[in-house]
Each structure stands twice: as C-alpha cells, then as structure tokens.
Design a protein around this ligand. Sequence first.
Ligand code: GRG
Length: 302
Amino acid sequence: MSTAFDSQQVKTVLAERGAQVEAYLRHCLDGIPMQGRLKEAMYYSLLAGGKRLRPVLCLSTASLFGLTADAAMPFAAALEMIHTYSLIHDDLPAMDDDDLRRGRPSCHKAFDEATAILAGDALLTDAFGFMASATAGIPADRVLGALAAVSSAAGAAGMVGGQILDMDCTGRTDVPLPTLQTLHALKTGAMFRVACISGGLLAGASDADLDALRAYGEALGVTFQIVDDILDETADTATLGKPVGSDAEMGKTTYPSLIGLERSRELAQAFAEKAVDSLRGFTGADADFLRGLSLMLVTRNN
Ligand code: GRG
C-alpha cells in the first residue's frame, strides 16, 4: 500500500511540527516560576529529543478540522509532558529499571530517584494547567471535554492501569495474546487514541469524525506497539536510544515472543493499513500526513 505522502515527506512534517512543539515546551518550562534541580530534571527529560508523536497527532487532527497549531499547541504540548512523565517513572528501579532513555542516562541516573519521581509528578500535574490554558483560543466546553478524555486515558482506566497489568504479567510465561492486547491498548494505546481524538474534540469535530479518529488512533497505537516489540529484538542500542533486548531480559511477553518476528511484521503492516483506511473520506495535506505516518511507523528504526 502507498499513500500520497511517502515516508520522507512524513518525516519532514514530523520534524517541522516536532520542532514547533519543542519550542513551545521550552517556553512552557521557562514560564514555571521555580528553579533548582526539579526544573533541571524536567528540562532534561522533556527536551531530550523524543519523536513528539502524541503532540503532533493532536496538532494534525486539530488541523484536519481547521483549528490552528497556535490554538491547539498548549493542549498538544501537555500530551508530551504526560508522555515524558510516564517514561521517567517507567525507568525507575521500582518499575522497568532502565538506565538509558532517549539516548542518554534516564532521569533517575542523571539526578536521583526522588528528583525523578518529583519531575514526573510535576510534569503530569502541570500538564493539566497547560491543557486548561487552551481556553484562551478554544471554547471552554471543548477544552473540558478533551481534558476529561486525556485524564481518563492517562489514569487508572488507561495508561496507569496498563502499567500495573504489565507489571503483573512480567515474568509470566503463560500470558495469552488477548491479555497482551489489553495491556497494550491501555499502556500505550490509550494515549495514542486520545492524542488523535483530542485534536478533533478541540476543533469541534462531529461524532462520526471522532469515531474515525478513534479508529485511526487505535490502529496506529497497535502498529506502534508491535513495532516497538520488534525493535526491542532487532535494533541496536545506539539507534534505539534505550537498551535493546530488555523485554526478554525482564521476562516480558511481546508480539514476537508469542507469534514470531515475521508474523509480527505482517500484523504491524495490517494495522497500519487499517489506520489508513479509517481516514478514508478525509482529504488534504493533514489527512495525507496522518495516513503516511501510520505506514512510516512500520518501517521506523527508533
Ligand atoms: C509509569 C504510569 C507509568 C506508565 C508507563 C508508556 C509507559 C507507561 C511506559 C513506557 C515504556 C515503554 C517503552 C512502552 C512501549 C511503548 C512506548 C510508550 C515507547 C516510548 O514512546 P516513543 O517511542 O518515545 O514515542 P519518544 O522518546 O520518541 O517520545
């Protein structure tokens, strides 16, 4: 399958929009009236060069319905703050105990555990303030609807719930595929899905269009996760920016461990095509970018 945007065009738009997000995140942190190592740790982890997928999805789905990047940016940036908090806490010794993240020492290694916990807490909490500040350019009822969706996706019924299911499944050799799918739908998928529908909610999209964005976000999340599992087996640490082989080392069930590498690749491609198909009927550069992004995620190497 091919789309109007090839993988190079997708990477260019992702880099441009990612740079806009990066600049805004810096501005957000600069505006927080506080100094010292907590702020240093927040800067360190937030501005460490992630792919910025979740905020770019929010900006792009908002733009699909005519909402400008300026208006959606506070909300989109907050999604990256929540994502970064989750990575900081995920790397802690009490969780995945990873020393490397985004190509450099994880937050608790560069600072200390207490600072890393608090930097994550601050990013999560301040994210809600930034989301609320989107009312400067968007009707408050839309912002509230999107904020409630993010709260639910990030919390116990979403990402945090997925994280504890992940911990419960770690070290088990009998985790079936449906459990793995539920785990990923919560831990990784919920934030991808809400990144996509929040743009539509902020822009006042119709229920039918929100359904299409939800279907796209869900399929994209599964694609992303299967490829994440594949890369953990096949990539090298320098390219990936985090340790490889850590899933097997920790005793985690993955798509390749359950269905093999080849079948995992086929499944990732099938879900990427499902994501493309979810956006049939949408036209214009944003739709082309979003369709191309799902296919690009299959071939990504970090
Ligand atoms: C600690 C509450 C809590 C949740 C942690 C998201 C998560 C839940 C943990 C991250 C661990 C992990 C490696 C999950 C696999 C998928 C994933 C989220 C990868 C990292 O996302 P990318 O590739 O990262 O978008 P960058 O660095 O590009 O932003």
